[in-house]
Design a binder for this molecule. Structure first.
Ligand code: DX5
Ligand code: ZN
Length: 219
């Protein structure tokens, strides 16, 4: 499947948590394609964010797809909770457990889209044998856990993922997450990405800047 038009998935990790519903509505209005929700457990990654009840609480703020990035281990016991809370895409990490295939089966069996994420050090070959189950591949360009880190230029890895998707003939989003700004967005898209996650870049200027910052990522 060839590269699709670029879609922008603002990460609400960089939003104002004291008014999360309003922030979600504001990025929807500003042109977000997906709402990227970073779930962290303080175990798989050294930070804690929010769980399924928070996802459920903001579900009414937008009809846009909820793109739930699970940085948790184990993953499988909580998949149902996130589906019930309103996730449209659930992405699990290759490194989160020994049974990625089982995790993807569990996500798909609940009728939502299945994504897989790779930490910066994980070779793309790790997902070679599950491509036929995927709707999304997420290439991490920072070590997961925090917003506002610098982009790790894994452009060859993005290119390799693009080749893998094209060879599969499947409709798989190629997402990049971490350190995405107007400059790095361009490099990612040239390498084959078609969904860009951005937290600090989208939210850096407050609500007045959301639309122009989202637009600046559409390269
Ligand atoms: C990092 C998260 C990212 C993060 C990106 O662990 O997965 O989604 O919010 O933040 P920025 O765009 O600031 O690098
Ligand atoms: Zn993320």
């Amino acid at each position: 499947m060839p590269q699709k038009p670029v879609r922008i998935a603002p990460s609400i990790l960089s939003s104002d948590f004291s008014k999360l519903g309003e922030e979600v509505a504001a990025i929807d209005k500003a042109g977000a394609d997906y709402i990227h929700i970073d779930v962290m457990d303080g175990h798989f990654v050294p930070n804690l964010t929010f769980g399924a009840p928070v996802v459920k609480a903001i579900r009414g703020a937008t009809p846009k797809p909820f793109d739930v990035h699970l940085m948790i281990a184990p993953v499988d016991p909580l998949i149902g909770d996130f589906v019930d809370a309103g996730a449209d895409i659930i992405t699990a990490h290759v490194e989160a457990g020994p049974h990625l295939h089982r995790t993807l089966q569990a996500i798909k069996s609940r009728g939502v889209k299945a994504g897989v994420s790779l930490n910066p050090h994980t070779p793309i070959d790790a997902i070679k044998h599950v491509v036929d189950m995927l709707d999304l591949i997420l290439i991490m360009t920072v070590n997961p856990g925090f917003g506002g880190q610098s982009f790790i230029p894994l452009l060859d890895k993005i290119e390799a993922a693009r080749s893998m998707i094209d060879a599969s003939g499947r409709d798989i989003d190629l997402q990049v997450d971490g350190g995405v700004n107007a400059q790095t967005a361009k490099q990612c898209v040239q390498a084959g990405a078609d969904v860009l996650v951005a937290g600090s870049f989208v939210f850096k200027d407050g609500p007045e800047g959301y639309a122009s910052n989202i637009q600046a990522l559409r390269v």
